[in-house]
Design a protein around this ligand. Structure first.
Ligand code: PEP
Length: 265
C-alpha cells in the first residue's frame, strides 16, 4: 500500500478526568454531579463518541458520587490504590474494593503521591501490575520537577517513569492511559505552553508506539497542570494531547464542564 493510501488508525477519544484530591465530601458530590450532568447533558460515552469524562474523588466519596452519576456516562476514577490484593494495610484501598464500586480508572503515580508520600517507580509499577487485566484502567501520571526541567532532564525523567511500568508490567496494552503532568505546573497557575507540552507528549507517544505499535498510537496521553476553560482548547488541539487531568478547575462543575466541552472544538 502506498503512503498516500495508508489508512491511519482513528484518533483516540479524548478523556477529561477531574482530580478532586482531598476536596469535596460525599454530600458536596451530589449537587456537583447534578450540576455537571445538567451542563453536559448526560452524554454517555456509548451514545456520544466525542469525548469521555471521569471524576476521581477521595475514596470515601466514590460510592455516593457513583450513585449520583448513574446513567450519565461519566466514569468513576480512584485517586490511588494499594498494590496488594488484601491484607493488613491499615488505611489502604484494594483493587477489589474499587471494582466493587464500579470504578473505571485509577490514578497511579500522581506527583503528590511520588513527592509527599515517597512512592517510587517500583511501587507504581506494582500498582500497575495489580490493575493489568482488571476492569479498572490505570492512568499513569508522569512529570518532571522544575529543577529537572531547568537541568534539561524532562525527557529523561518522563521516559524513566513510563519505561519502568512498560518494562515491568505486561497486559496494559490498550488499557493504560498516560498523563503528563509537569510538577511545576500543578496547582501553581503555570501551564506548559501547548508546544512545550506537545514536545513531551510526542516523546511519550514514540515510546508507546515502539512498544505497542498501533495501540501506542491510540493510547490516550492526557495533559495536566493548571488546565482550565481558558487554556483547554489550545492544549487539546495539539496532535498528541488526548485529554486532560484537571485538578483545581475541576472543583467547580461549571468550570470542569467548560474544560471538557473544549474537546468539541
Ligand atoms: C493534578 O494535580 O492532577 C492537577 C492537574 O492539578 P491542577 O489542575 O490544579 O494543576
Amino acid at each position: 500500500m502506498s503512503a498516500a493510501t495508508r489508512i491511519s488508525p482513528p484518533a483516540p477519544i479524548p478523556l477529561i478526568c477531574a482530580n478532586w484530591k482531598m476536596n469535596l465530601s460525599a454530600s458536596e458530590a451530589e449537587p456537583y454531579a447534578a450540576a455537571l450532568r445538567a451542563r453536559l447533558g448526560d452524554r454517555s460515552a456509548d451514545l456520544n463518541k466525542a469525548f469521555e469524562v471521569a471524576i476521581a474523588p477521595a475514596h470515601p466519596v466514590l460510592d455516593r458520587l457513583g450513585r449520583a452519576l448513574e446513567g450519565s456516562g461519566i466514569a468513576l476514577a480512584a485517586q490511588n490504590l494499594h498494590a496488594e490484593e488484601s491484607g493488613a494495610f491499615t488505611g489502604e484501598v484494594s483493587l477489589r474494593m474499587l471494582e466493587d464500586l464500579g470504578c473505571h480508572f485509577a490514578l497511579i503515580g500522581h506527583s503528590e503521591r511520588r513527592q509527599i508520600f515517597g512512592e517510587t517507580d517500583a511501587q507504581i509499577a506494582e500498582k500497575a501490575a495489580r490493575l493489568a487485566g482488571s476492569a479498572v484502567k490505570p492512568i499513569l501520571c508522569v512529570g518532571e520537577t522544575l529543577e529537572e526541567r531547568e537541568q534539561k532532564r524532562t525527557l529523561e525523567v518522563v521516559e524513566r517513569q513510563l519505561g519502568s511500568v512498560l518494562d515491568q508490567v505486561d497486559g496494559l496494552e490498550g488499557a493504560m492511559v498516560v498523563a503528563y503532568e509537569p510538577v511545576w505546573a500543578i496547582g501553581t497557575g503555570r501551564t506548559a505552553t501547548p508546544e512545550l507540552a506537545q514536545e513531551v507528549h510526542a516523546a511519550l507517544r514514540a515510546m508507546l508506539e515502539t512498544r505497542w505499535g498501533t495501540v501506542g498510537t491510540q493510547t490516550r496521553i492526557l495533559y495536566g497542570g493548571s488546565v482550565k476553560p481558558s487554556n483547554a482548547r489550545e492544549l487539546l488541539s495539539q496532535p498528541d494531547i488526548n485529554g486532560a487531568l484537571v485538578g483545581g478547575a475541576s472543583l467547580d462543575p461549571e468550570a470542569f464542564a467548560e474544560t471538557a466541552l473544549a474537546c468539541l472544538n
